[in-house]
Ligand binder design. Structure first.
Ligand SMILES: [Zn+2]
Length: 257
């Protein structure tokens, strides 16, 4: 890896912390997908940094007029939609999937909607902000893969309960669906160690998860490109691209187990 001894030492410290722990979970954000060619929203090079933040009432506008949302969606996709089409998981995603197979990571909580953790083979995944590849019923939370749901009217409605169907992706102003949010808090409350990768965890509710682990006496290991808002509460800080540091973490964990 093209980084100094201090990075390698930090990864070894993280590996020891992780192997020492009883229940390890992981929280990821946009940073883990940058090396897959997906632009983050915030920060340098971010979509919103360049184009301005989107309006904060997307969900309210959807509820007022779901048909026109669907007509726009069926006409073509957003720029973000195009940028994640064809994206492939990177070495960081595969490393996290490997840690689950090694029974190290119990659950991975992600703020990303790009489906790349599932594509890399992670199975115990909680997607706080939904998944771009799915649709969801607002009435009963049933989900369908985009290609499995035939849109015959706008807005489409749920064959189970008649509720309005929208993208599974959580819009601005939309509450995080209760079932996934409850599972996230349940997992964080069980954790005595959390791997925080590719996120500064500034946006709630994700932000409160590592804080919860820390408050319960657990330890946090951070894998971010650079120092972030969460660094000061983390026990180990690894500053490197996660696509490079996480595979090394897998090697170091393997040496200890
Ligand atoms: Zn339904």
């Amino acid at each position: 890896m093209a980084h100094g001894d201090d990075v390698l030492q930090a990864i070894r410290d993280a590996a020891e912390t992780i192997v020492d722990s009883r229940y390890v979970t992981c929280l990821t954000g946009a940073g883990v997908s940058v090396e897959s060619g997906i632009r983050p929203f915030r920060g340098p090079g971010g979509l919103w940094t360049e184009k301005g933040e989107p309006s904060m009432d997307g969900y309210q506008r959807f509820l007022r007029d779901p048909a026109s949302y669907w007509e726009r969606r069926l006409r073509g996709d957003s720029e973000f939609g195009i940028s994640i089409m064809g994206a492939e998981p990177n070495a960081g995603h595969f490393a996290l999937a490997e840690l689950e197979k090694m029974s190290i990571i119990r659950t991975l909580i992600t703020q990303n909607i790009d489906n790349l953790h599932l594509a890399a083979g992670s199975r115990s995944v909680l997607e706080i902000h939904g998944n771009k590849c799915y649709l969801r019923c607002l009435g009963c939370h049933t989900k369908w893969r985009n290609e499995d749901f035939r849109v015959e009217e706008t807005p489409p409605t749920c064959p189970e309960c008649g509720g309005v169907v929208k993208s599974d992706t959580v819009m601005f102003g939309e509450p995080i669906p209760g079932p996934v949010l409850n599972r996230c808090f349940e997992e964080a409350s069980k954790s005595d160690c959390m791997i925080v990768a590719g996120t500064s965890a500034t946006v709630t509710p994700a932000a409160s998860l590592p804080v919860m682990v820390k408050r319960n006496g657990g330890r946090l290991t951070e894998f971010n490109l650079r120092r972030s808002e969460i660094s000061y509460i983390c026990d180990v800080n690894v500053y490197a691209p996660s696509g490079e540091s996480l595979p090394v973490l897998v090697d170091e964990v393997r040496k200890l187990t």
